[in-house]
Design a protein around this ligand. Sequence first.
Ligand code: DGL
Length: 266
Amino acid sequence: MKKQPIGVFDSGLGGLTILNALRRELPQEDLIYFGDTANVPYGSKSKTAVTKFSLAIARFLQSQGVKLIIVACNTASAQALAELRKQISVPVMGVIEPGAEKAVHTTRNGRVAVLGTEGTVKSRAYPKALLKRRPGLHITQQPCPLFVPLVEENWGQKPAAELIAREYLAPVKQSGADTVILGCTHYPVLKPMLAAILGKKVTLVDSADTLAEAARAFLTEHGLAQTRGKGRVRIFASDDPARFKRMAGCLLAEKIGAVRLKKLTL
Ligand code: DGL
């Protein structure tokens, strides 16, 4: 079992930010990344659709012999995790719980804000995970649907991105939150700009490192950790792998190898 790879999936490219953290924390592990470029974005789709895509990807990863599946996508973690755990026999970890865990340890004034896609916000997965850990927290949620296309188009540094961010963050600033969860795979790319708008007193939390630490703890605890050698990364995309490869450069910290096409059976 130790030698089996870990499967990681996202609706597209954004989950590569999670892959980077996993590579840092678990350099010996083989990783299989699946980007569902045929069905992205998940953020504006129904729970039924997101669950259907997630199950199809998990079944593919399972067919590749993975020992653990990591749902790097916040929207899929928020909407499909329970169903995945019901239907898939491999252990499944999502990004919501690690993000919530980090946030409750970060906040000093008990006020937390969550930025995410419409689907993630609507599911209330973050408020539920936060309140389970610390009842009485004051939570503000803000959907930021325009952030994903801005990052995908590499427009994160443009003045238009800042104008939009100021608009989205106005209610967050007003809420007095001292901790803001970047509840979407793409938002860590905008971190410097978001931090500048929110000011020094606000801490931005992303779940990548906490998730990678939780994955390490899980593997060690279950005797599944690969302790020797150098892990390799295999990447699949459900549509246009050449475009995926071209765009992945700005998100992945290492040189990207071949991206293979794998159409999903829905
Ligand atoms: N991966 C999604 C998430 O983290 C963002 C992109 C999408 O909407 O599919 O919520």
